[in-house]
Design a binder for this molecule. Structure first.
Ligand code: GDP
Ligand code: IMO
Ligand code: MG
Length: 428
């Protein structure tokens, strides 16, 4: 039986992870974020009411469930407090439900300034969310960053901040030639914010070990997606953390033997926001139809998302990398009006067929998708609650995805609302 489930995105993010985490939350003791930061935008829609979460786990709307932020998450104290306030204004007691690891690296104003400065070079831009994510992870790995635990010791915080900000300001002033960040203001703001956040610091590894021993179900919520992974993704157009399932252990402190299952979330087609290779991208009318019907505009940056057909070569790779036990296909309804739907089953490169990714990642940009065509179903799937009631062509499309990836589909999402979901197999 599944007690510990990891949810990961199988594409380039925005697969609908938040909706599914919220759906499964009533069955668990805690929802845990383990990487990323407020570059994430996870949308929950409950009876038409929308909530977008960035740093806070997508279980926060449920009473009696703890929301834990593991050490792998980079925290902007400002963004976190803003998000907590927004929830509390809506009557959701966020600070009661939220606990944070002492080891989370902090994102400062200077990280955001550095991120923005780098992105201003349009030739080399990654297309980041400009939230300071990359610079904060750089400082973590360089062992000079601040962490949540520094809130316990204001004197030490002040000293560390001085050294870090001197370094950042040197870069901002002399390398990027832009205004620097004020030390006194930054310190004062951090000490003020520490008052509200320090009480939330908890020994997350100990708490998770306890719940694991008590056999309490746990849900680990991935942010971003497999191909934004710093190691396995479409480098350098990736985020700065490991986004794949393996990061759930390192980013939370729960040991690897205690994970039971991985649910991979994929849209029924593909999207990407930001720069980088996208083999099945559609620059034609079909791409625009997907964007319009799927409302494909970023929930964080509002940028239009690039759209394309489902890529089963990449999806198979995601299944391998994450050891996915079952899939959740989202946004099936977006395909409802399509005459024909395509799936990329292999690539053509230099006259040869490739069934897997090319050995040299740079060759992926030259890969031409080989498509198989499926007839559309031309009817709304949104009200449907059972797999057997889906139109025959939709069933065929879904069964074909299972065949191409070698894993079963356990959840199908046919609309943004929590209710617009078909659950085929019990998850917990
Ligand atoms: P996440 O980052 O993986 O949590 O996904 P986002 O929230 O960034 O993006 C998914 C978008 O699709 C959000 O606007 C959701 O409300 C919406 N959504 C999720 N599932 C479905 C679905 O099955 N159908 C439709 N039409 N929209 C969906
Ligand atoms: P969720 O959790 C989609 C993308 C950015 C950019 C790249 C690097 O909502 O799925 P970063 O700011 O992380 O340094 O940007 O990663 N990106 C996302 N794309 N969904 C996300 O999160 C993303 N988080 C980062 O667009 O291409
Ligand atoms: Mg998102």
């Amino acid at each position: 039986m599944t007690k510990t489930l990891i949810i990961v995105g199988c594409q380039w993010g925005d697969e609908g992870k938040g909706k599914i985490v919220d759906l499964l939350t009533p069955q668990v003791k805690a929802v845990v974020r383990f990487q990323g930061g407020h570059n994430a935008g996870h949308t929950l829609v409950i009876q038409g009411k929308k909530t977008i979460l960035r740093l806070i786990p997508s279980g926060i709307l449920h009473a009696g469930v703890e929301c834990l932020i593991g050490n792998g998450v980079v925290i902007s104290p400002e963004a976190l407090l803003k998000e907590m306030n927004e929830l509390e204004e809506k009557g959701i007691p966020a600070s009661q439900r939220l606990r944070i690891s002492a080891s989370c690296p902090l994102i400062l104003a200077s990280h955001i300034a550095l991120d923005e400065a780098r992105e201003s070079d349009s030739k080399n831009a990654i297309g980041t969310t400009k939230r300071g994510i990359g610079p904060a992870y750089e400082d973590k790995v360089a062992r000079r960053g601040l962490r949540m635990s520094d809130f316990f010791n204001p004197k030490q915080l002040a000293e560390k901040l001085k050294i870090l900000l001197d370094y950042h300001n040197f870069l901002l002033q002399h390398y990027y030639k832009i205004p620097t960040i004020d030390y006194d203001q930054t310190l004062a703001a951090l000490l003020e914010m520490a008052k509200k956040l320090t009480p939330l610091i908890t020994d997350i590894p100990a708490l998770l070990a306890k719940y694991q021993q008590e056999k309490k179900p746990l849900l680990f919520e991935g942010a971003q997606g497999t191909f934004l992974d710093i190691d396995q993704g479409t480098y350098p157009f990736v985020t700065s953390s490991n986004t794949i399932a393996g990061a759930a252990a390192t980013g939370s402190g729960l040991g690897i033997r205690h994970f039971d299952a991985v649910l991979g979330i994929s849209k029924a087609y593909s999207t990407r926001v930001g720069n980088g290779v996208f083999p099945t991208e559609l620059l034609d009318e079909d791409g625009q139809t997907l964007r319009d019907r799927g409302h494909e505009y970023g929930s964080v940056t509002k940028r239009p998302r690039r759209c394309g057909w489902l890529d089963s070569v990449l999806l198979r790779r995601a299944v391998q990398l994450n050891s996915i036990s079952s899939l959740c296909l989202t946004k099936l309804d977006v395909l409802d009006e399509m005459e024909t739907i395509k799936i990329c089953t292999a690539y053509q490169l230099d006259g040869k067929q490739l069934n897997d990714l090319p050995l040299n990642p740079e060759d992926l940009a030259r890969c031409v998708p080989i498509y198989e065509e499926h007839s559309g179903w031309k009817t709304s799937t949104t009200p449907i609650k059972e797999f057997s009631k889906l139109p025959a062509n939709a069933q065929k499309y879904l069964r074909r995805i299972e065949e191409l990836t070698g894993v079963p589909i356990s959840i199908i999402s046919t609309g943004a609302d929590r209710e617009e979901t078909i659950v085929l197999n019990k998850i917990f």
